[in-house]
Design a protein around this ligand. Structure first.
Ligand SMILES: C[S@@+](CC[C@H](N)C(=O)[O-])C[C@H]1O[C@@H](n2cnc3c(N)ncnc32)[C@H](O)[C@@H]1O
Length: 184
């Protein structure tokens, strides 16, 4: 998110996102069209100094905006769910997902096997899941993390709590599982 986004704008965006997401879950328009409308509202990883980043998003307009800013190396228009993307096995040192997990109509634990496939052994997977979605998703997510841990696919290093939104008005926190991929 842009640093100057106000609390009121975030509240409005959250409402619109959830309304659209709940409708998407019931077979309405997918999230990609919704996010085409706010392409350009976010792009922070490059600003933090990371130089070798691939972006995956179902919103082509958002990817095009990132391309204009030359933020990433590869721009992959796809979803994360149970299907296999075109990304090769063991491609990444780290997979990071912010603001997508658990949000209605977005990403669920169905994508965990795919995240594991594309991450190198010893690499890390991290994703935010915010206080606003924790009630809906906490037990299912922890169960899915535990099941894959027992299968020796990854290990839970820790849960971190981070500030979720850069806004004085909304001091929401997010829980971030830090998962390390085990040898395959
Ligand atoms: C609330 S925005 C968060 C954007 C940015 N990561 C941030 O933290 O500000 C959610 C993003 O998840 C993407 N998204 C929605 N469903 C998805 C899916 N199934 N797989 C991958 N990305 C998805 C949307 O297109 C959108 O870019």
């Amino acid at each position: 998110m842009k640093m100057e986004t106000t609390g009121k704008e975030l509240v409005d965006l959250r409402k619109a996102t959830y309304d659209h997401g709940f409708a998407a879950e019931k077979g309405g328009d997918p999230m990609s069209g919704f996010y085409n409308l706010w392409a350009g509202k976010y792009d922070q990883l490059k600003n933090l100094g990371y130089i070798c980043i691939d972006a995956l998003d179902p919103s082509q307009d958002s990817l095009d905006k990132s391309k204009e800013l030359q933020s990433c190396n590869e721009y992959i228009c796809d979803t994360l769910d149970e299907h296999q993307t075109k990304i090769p096995d063991n491609q990444y040192d780290a997979v990071v997902m912010c603001g997508a997990f658990g949000v209605p109509g977005h990403v669920t634990d169905a994508c965990f096997p795919e995240l594991i496939r594309i991450t190198k052994p010893g690499g890390y997977i991290m994703f935010t899941f915010s206080e606003s979605v924790i009630n809906r998703w906490n037990s299912q997510t922890e169960a899915a993390i535990g099941a894959l841990s027992r299968q020796g696919r990854w290990e839970l290093v820790e849960y971190r709590w981070v500030q979720y939104l850069v806004s004085e008005a909304l001091k929401e926190k997010a829980k971030v599982p830090v998962l390390r991929i085990l040898p395959k």
